[in-house]
Design a protein around this ligand. Structure first.
Ligand SMILES: C[S@@+](CC[C@H](N)C(=O)[O-])C[C@H]1O[C@@H](n2cnc3c(N)ncnc32)[C@H](O)[C@@H]1O
Length: 212
């Protein structure tokens, strides 16, 4: 019987540690490459298939948007097209909202956001029952319990969503839109423009739903 011991293979402990290092490096590089391919495919796929492509918002802009809407612990925040779940996490962790709702159509992003939120629960940063994360189309979701709706969508999507948004939300609900304004026609439908803030050439717009 031939044993594959280090001596029989002519390996020293140093050779073995080099081999382990090279193997770990290759596995890590492969994981990074696969992750980048999935991110890129997600961007391309969402660009062509959905109302807006997957472009995550910077954390400072998410915080600024939630500040503009004066989000607090009594609020239920909904992110329509929630990407990797960062808005839900910031709302729960930093703004201590009572509940966060997310809906994301892209499979990879919805898996990423679930993992992100599970990890935050595991680390005791948020409570397990404080969020609802769904994979699906925001046109099909009932988000009427939201008191604040966060959007980072393209103008064509804002145009399409304004009617269902106003129909489903209670008067007084704040709607915050990052980078893009709602079309002017949405005012006649019941969405009043309140104020805007700019940060590094990036504008955020706050609206409120009024009874019509
Ligand atoms: C610009 S990203 C914003 C991501 C996240 N809200 C943020 O601010 O970081 C827009 C997201 O909306 C998602 N999306 C587009 N149309 C959708 C739809 N009809 N239903 C659900 N999600 C949608 C895209 O897949 C993408 O992840």
């Amino acid at each position: 019987v031939y044993y594959y011991s280090m001596e029989n293979l002519g390996l020293t402990a140093f050779d073995l540690s080099i081999l382990i290092f090279v193997f770990a490096f290759l596995v890590l590089s492969l994981a990074v490459i696969v992750y980048c391919i999935l991110e890129l495919s997600s961007y391309i796929y969402t660009w062509f298939s959905f109302q807006a492509p997957y472009v995550p918002n910077g954390y400072e802009f998410v915080t600024e948007a939630l500040n503009l809407a004066e989000v607090g612990s009594a609020d239920v925040v909904a992110d329509l097209g929630s990407g990797d779940g960062r808005v839900l996490l910031v709302a729960l962790k930093d703004f201590k909202v009572s509940k966060a709702l997310g809906v994301e159509k892209d499979f990879f992003q919805s898996v990423k956001s679930r993992m992100r939120l599970w990890w935050a629960v595991f680390r005791n940063h948020i409570l397990p029952n404080s969020y609802v994360m769904r994979r699906g189309d925001f046109f099909d979701l009932d988000f009427s319990e939201a008191t604040v709706v966060y959007l980072y969508l393209y103008p064509r999507a804002l145009d399409q969503i304004s009617v269902p948004l106003i129909a489903r939300l209670k008067p007084g609900t704040r709607v915050v839109s990052c980078r893009y304004r709602f079309p002017d026609s949405s005012d006649a439908l019941g969405l009043s423009f309140e104020k805007t803030v700019s940060l590094k050439d990036y504008s955020i717009f706050l609206y409120s739903v009024r009874s019509v």
